[in-house]
Write a protein that binds this ligand. Structure first.
Ligand SMILES: [Zn+2]
Length: 399
């Protein structure tokens, strides 16, 4: 399928929205139904098996020409953030659909899954679609409510589906692998002048809150050598975090929130609360880096006669992609000189990978711009991704 056709399908989907004038489709909304109907219309005459599972994921299966229960999944999400671009999610679905339509006969079934929910907009928690595959939609999650007080369970029923049948949405023993195409949503591929990226892992994440406590006092009467300025100490720490991030390959460290108290122009800050976000593909490196930064915070405060305390808010492990599938994907992409890279954002592949061998292909994101209506993608990159997908499917028959 031509890249132009793939791009125009993405644009057609982007026009299907709950909010006129922008692209907004949330979990099980009227626009989601229309977008699913559009996907079905594109493949109506192809002889594929089409069904919704009980989480509202659309599942389109192209049967193998031989007797087998081996099934390979290509998937991405159809829901969007409010006022989204046309490619975050839908591009992976449209590319997958093109593979079902045009791949040569394969000795396994090919299943496209259009996930009903990934972004977490309607219910405030993400990955409803992929968690249905892995059996992680707990009663607790199904009871969560949206802004109108409708629970996930009620939303499923209102869509005409049966939450009691969620078990049938789960992966079965014939499923042997998973591929997700996604735009990078960052600047790395463009910076490296590459079309495609092979994702080796979704990086792990630590989030902490640190409180630097000094002594508030008069900004005019307190000489510099008698101060315990909590903001000045925090500022030293911010630079220490930046330095460690710059000097450690693959590490990103960010202080994104900083609030000095009492926050008056003529008062020395007595307390400063800050956020620390540290991410790396290797959990050992990530944990070691957090340790290093906490030691630095102690050294900085000790030297200033102050104290620091911290609270861990999140410790999310890295999720490696399957090495074997990833190597085959890299072989299939070799003519396009792909970049081996980690993903700094979460994706459905992260939910699926602990349960099923998974691989992920990134496409360059012009200007690194995503989660924005102007999000775009180069037609030539789409062409290369599609051709890579075709070569990949031919290589995985023996996996
Ligand atoms: Zn996405």
């Amino acid at each position: 399928m031509s890249a132009d056709r793939i791009l125009s399908r993405c644009r057609e989907l982007a026009a299907i929205t709950d909010v006129p004038g922008e692209t907004t489709r949330t979990y099980l909304s009227p626009a989601m139904r229309r977008a699913n109907e559009q996907l079905m219309a594109w493949v109506a005459a192809k002889g594929f098996t089409v069904r919704y599972d009980a989480a509202g994921n659309l599942r389109i299966v192209r049967a193998a020409p031989i007797e087998t229960n081996r099934t390979f999944i290509v998937a991405s999400h159809l829901d969007t953030i409010p006022n989204a671009g046309a490619f975050d999610g839908p591009l992976g679905i449209v590319l997958g659909l093109a593979l079902l339509e045009e791949a040569p006969p394969l000795p396994f079934h090919l299943e496209l899954i259009a996930f009903s929910e990934e972004e977490g907009v309607r219910f405030g928690f993400p990955f409803i679609g992929s968690k249905a595959l892995t059996g992680e939609l707990t009663d607790d999650l199904l009871a969560r409510v949206d802004g109108k007080g409708t629970s996930v369970r009620q939303a499923i029923t209102a869509y005409g589906l049966n939450p009691e049948e969620l078990g049938e949405a789960q992966l079965h023993s014939g499923h042997f692998g998973y591929l997700e195409f996604h735009i990078e949503q960052g600047p790395v591929l463009e910076h490296e002048d590459r079309s495609l990226g092979i994702v080796t892992a979704i990086i792990g994440q630590s989030r902490l809150q640190l409180v630097f406590t000094g002594k508030a006092n008069h900004a005019g009467t307190t000489p510099m050598h008698l101060r315990h300025d909590a903001l000045a100490a925090a500022a030293e720490f911010v630079l220490a975090a930046e330095r460690l991030g710059r000097n450690t390959p693959g590490l990103v460290a960010t202080v994104g929130q900083l609030s000095p108290q009492p926050g008056a122009g003529n008062v020395i800050p007595g307390e400063t609360v800050l956020s620390l976000d540290v991410r790396h593909a290797d959990d050992t490196v990530r944990h070691g880096s957090v340790e290093t930064l906490l030691k630095a915070a102690h050294a900085i405060t000790q030297a200033r006669g102050m104290v620091v305390s911290f609270a861990a808010k999140l410790d999310q492990p890295a999720v490696p992609m399957d090495p074997k599938l990833t190597a085959l994907l890299a072989e299939a992409a070799a003519p396009c000189h792909p970049l081996s890279m980690t993903s700094g954002a979460g994706h459905d592949a992260m939910i699926v990978a602990p349960h099923l061998p998974a691989a992920m292909l990134f496409l360059r994101t012009p200007n690194g711009l995503s989660h924005h209506p102007d999000e775009t993608v180069h037609p030539e990159d789409v062409q290369l991704a599609f051709e890579t997908g075709l070569r990949f499917l031919e290589r995985i028959a023996d996996v």
